[in-house]
Design a protein around this ligand. Structure first.
Ligand SMILES: Nc1ncnc2c1ncn2[C@@H]1O[C@H](COP(=O)(O)OP(=O)(O)OP(=O)(O)O)[C@@H](O)[C@H]1O
Ligand SMILES: [Mg+2]
Length: 385
């Protein structure tokens, strides 16, 4: 290499550093693209490497959209994975009156605060505070984590973007990091709720042996993004597996919001909601069913109730038949104390004989009789007192 060539390279290096430090990402890209052309003949390896860097780090709009039509001026284009052409983000634009999911009191209060923080950001700022920027929803499947994300966005009057992790992960090896980043970059620039569902899928502990390199890159992208998340958008992650999440990531969320399986009162609320107009048909079974639904998620309850309603609408079985069949299927899964409670409750409805109740629940008639008379006695006792 001649002294002249070395001088030129030094100048290029200095220029590149200057542009990088001024954080003009687009200028850096333009400059690097020029370097690729310039060095292709003399330094093919260097040119190839720079080209690779460019491709692996698409800008917000140019690279992911290379083959897509130009976006309308006023709207930001949705980022797309180069290879698979899958849209990385799914969007929901729900109206303000999107029905609220069922929340426990505690959960409802946390969510209400989250919404208020965003509606009254001015008050927070005046006090030198920021609204919560990120939250992680934790809880078993089917208790309303995804539904709540939709409701939150509707409450805030912004779109909900759901990051499709399958699209991110299906990217070519080495590209999922930049795909993830382009999706997150997009969500940072428009006020929205960004929902990272099943974040455990990518956020496994970094010590995990499997796909170490690739997963590590993804976790690192998320770590940085959560740190730098702007308060104009709300970042919500959800998981059924909190134990799989890297503690370093966990710490970075402003809020942890717990979703639980419903308790008896919440189970009854859910039944009433899902029964809708058919409530009168099954009203007398609500206490019994609430016991049989112990351990069910809200989604499981909804599914069972829909099935009951369809059967009743078709007239293929009576309500008592339905309940009988359902309870027969449930009793094995219940503990003995829960079975006894259920048997007593069933006996008290007086629709089924104690013989049938005993057969359904596997609790002996003696036991049923004993508990029925005992609970009646206690009730009387209370009345006297
Ligand atoms: N709290 C709730 N209030 C009203 N409906 C609910 C609630 N939870 C669940 N459902 C019903 O169950 C369906 C599935 O719930 P959702 O997808 O929100 O669960 P999830 O907690 O996100 O589960 P997963 O962890 O499997 O993603 C909802 O679309 C809704 O019909
Ligand atoms: Mg979900």
């Amino acid at each position: 290499m001649s002294m002249d060539e070395l001088e030129i390279i030094k100048t290029d290096l200095a220029q590149l550093v200057r542009l990088s430090l001024s954080e003009q990402a687009d200028d850096v890209r333009l400059f690097v693209a020029r370097l690729v052309r310039k060095y292709r003949a003399t330094e093919p390896q260097l040119a190839e490497q720079l080209d690779l860097f460019l491709r692996n780090r698409p800008t917000r709009t140019s690279s992911p959209l290379r083959r897509a039509p130009p976006p309308p001026k006023t709207q930001h284009a949705m980022p797309v994975d180069d290879e698979s052409r899958l849209t990385l983000l799914r969007v929901f634009n729900d109206p303000r009156d999107f029905p609220a999911p069922l929340f426990s009191e505690e959960l409802g209060a946390s969510l209400a605060q989250l919404v208020e923080e965003r509606r009254q950001t001015d008050r927070l700022l005046a006090a030198g505070l920021q609204p919560s920027r990120s939250a992680i929803f934790v809880g078993p499947p089917g208790v309303g984590k995804s539904l709540t994300a939709r409701w939150l966005a509707a409450q805030l009057g912004v779109p909900l973007y759901i990051l499709d992790l399958t699209a991110v992960m299906s990217s070519l090896l080495g590209k999922s990091g930049s795909n993830l980043r382009s999706a997150l970059d997009f969500a940072k620039r428009v006020p929205c709720v960004l929902f990272l569902d099943e974040i455990d899928a990518i956020a496994k502990r970094r010590s995990d042996e499997a796909d170490v390199g690739e997963l590590k890159r993804l976790v690192n992208v998320i770590l940085q993004e959560v740190d730098n998340w702007p308060s104009t958008s709300l970042l919500v992650a959800a998981t059924n597996h909190p134990e799989l999440i890297d503690p370093a990531l966990w710490r970075r969320f402003d809020l942890e919001i717990k979703f639980e399986l419903p308790e008896q009162a919440a189970i009854k609320d859910a039944m009433r909601r899902f029964l809708g107009n058919d409530l009168p048909l099954l009203a007398k079974w609500i206490d019994v069913l609430a016991l049989a639904f112990k351990g069910f998620s809200i989604s499981d309850i909804e599914r069972s109730i829909q099935k009951f309603r369809r059967t009743l609408a078709l007239g293929t079985a009576s309500d008592a038949d339905l309940i009988e069949e359902f309870i027969r299927g449930r009793t094995q899964a219940l503990e003995r104390s829960a079975r006894i409670e259920l048997a007593v409750m069933l006996a008290k409805t007086k629709t089924l004989s104690q013989h049938v109740v005993s057969d359904l629940t596997g609790v002996s008639r003696d036991t049923i009789r004993k508990y029925v008379s005992e609970t009646t006695k206690t009730v009387k006792g209370h009345k006297k007192a």
